[in-house]
Ligand binder design. Structure first.
Ligand code: AMP
Ligand code: TRP
Length: 351
């Protein structure tokens, strides 16, 4: 029988505030990544908080990745971060495989996490589907590597989209169990930061499915690499119902597609959905969609243009990632060495 998940008892209060988050370079960045994660990563950086952001290439290979594409997508994601406003001087930006503390701590956490906890992860169940005998072992262990990403920096806050909530609860359980097992107050119990109007951006083809870089239909998502024309077309063709927009947000309750477009508008404009509804109450989609398309193009086009410019110099992107990795390593390595000491490993090799 698996051990029950323990309820968190400690808060991150004694630990200095540090933000960590990651995105998989397993495809191009989408509007969901931008609104649910990246845009908020930039806000946290600009608030002056210490921010560590990682392209989690080791997570990406839990499902098959073509090596040439993976390298390209990792650079493109880095370019996307910088184009969206991540300043590699103020934030630490790097790719996971260059800082080996992640996988080392990930292994230790594989020995802390319980099979029962992992088996309850809905993302694993969704990704494995009927094929659970044939998916990689790494896909099953994915959340414990994610906990290692975060806790190698003793990060206290993790901005993510809603789909990552359960993984962060597992990260809390791992921190608590480690602290309890070894009778230490070593790891913080992290706080998920899931905020804003677009914590779950839905597919443009089906308002009940998440917008995802792995959806087979390109029409379902807006990519940060899409040009203005493509963005406009995708929004105008987005699935909706026939009714005009309601005069109150409650009227969006059973209208997933309409709700999604209003939320996207709100997040892009920096408004609340209620403000958007106030401005567009009674409007037909024939009016609202072009307004949304104009807003999306105005906000995304500068990012796409800058991304394309940065992608012309891949060596410079690699240099930035390498510099970020050195800074990340300087934070994570001492934490890991303390963990080795706590768990009783001999570390006699001269460093
Ligand atoms: P992934 O692309 O799965 O690596 O996700 C990276 C980050 O983007 C995570 O914080 C996700 O929660 C967030 N994210 C991905 N897709 C969406 C979406 N459709 N809506 C909101 N956030 C998302
Ligand atoms: N699992 C996250 C996702 O797919 C990506 C991720 C890996 C992550 N490690 C992380 C997010 C650490 C936040 C913190 O969206």
């Amino acid at each position: 029988m698996s051990e029950p998940v323990q309820t968190p008892q400690t808060s991150p209060a004694p630990f200095p505030t540090r933000i960590f988050s990651g995105i998989q370079p397993s495809g191009g960045l989408t509007l969901g990544n931008y609104l649910g994660a990246l845009k908020r990563f930039v806000e946290k950086q600009d608030e002056g908080i210490e921010t560590v952001y990682c392209l989690v290439d080791m997570h990406a290979i839990t499902v098959w990745q073509d090596p040439v594409k993976l390298r390209h997508q990792t650079r493109e994601a880095a370019a996307g971060f910088i184009a969206a406003g991540i300043d590699p001087k103020r934030s630490i930006l790097f790719n996971q495989s260059q800082v080996t503390a992640h996988v080392e701590l990930g292994w230790i956490f594989n020995c802390i996490a319980r099979m029962g906890w992992m088996s309850r992860m809905t993302q694993f169940k969704d990704k494995a589907g009927k094929n659970s005998e044939n998916v990689s072992l790494g896909l099953f262990a994915y959340p414990s590597l994610m906990a290692a990403d975060i806790l190698a920096y003793k990060a206290t806050h993790v901005p993510v989209g809603e789909d990552q909530k359960q993984h962060l609860e597992l990260c809390r359980d791992i921190a608590i169990k480690f602290n309890n097992d070894y009778k230490v107050d070593f790891f913080p119990v992290v706080e998920p930061v899931i905020e804003g109007a677009a914590t779950r951006v839905m597919s443009l083809r089906d308002g009940t499915n998440k917008m995802s870089k792995s959806d087979p239909s390109d029409q379902s998502r807006i990519n940060l690499t899409d040009d203005a024309d493509t963005i406009g077309k995708k929004i105008r063709k987005a699935k909706t119902d026939m009714d005009p927009l309601p005069d109150h947000v409650d009227g969006l309750k059973d209208r997933p597609e309409a709700k999604n477009l209003v939320n996207i508008y709100a997040a892009l404009a920096g408004h609340t959905p209620a403000q958007v509804i106030r401005d567009y109450a009674g409007a037909q989609f024939g009016t609202f969609k072009p307004a949304l398309a104009d807003l999306a193009v105005a906000k995304l086009e500068p990012i796409t243009t800058e991304m394309n410019r940065l992608m012309k110099d891949p060596a410079e992107i690699d240099r930035i990632l390498g510099e970020g990795a050195v800074r990340a390593d300087a934070l994570a390595r001492p934490v890991l060495e303390q963990v080795y000491d706590i768990i009783g490993m001999i570390r006699s090799k001269p460093f």
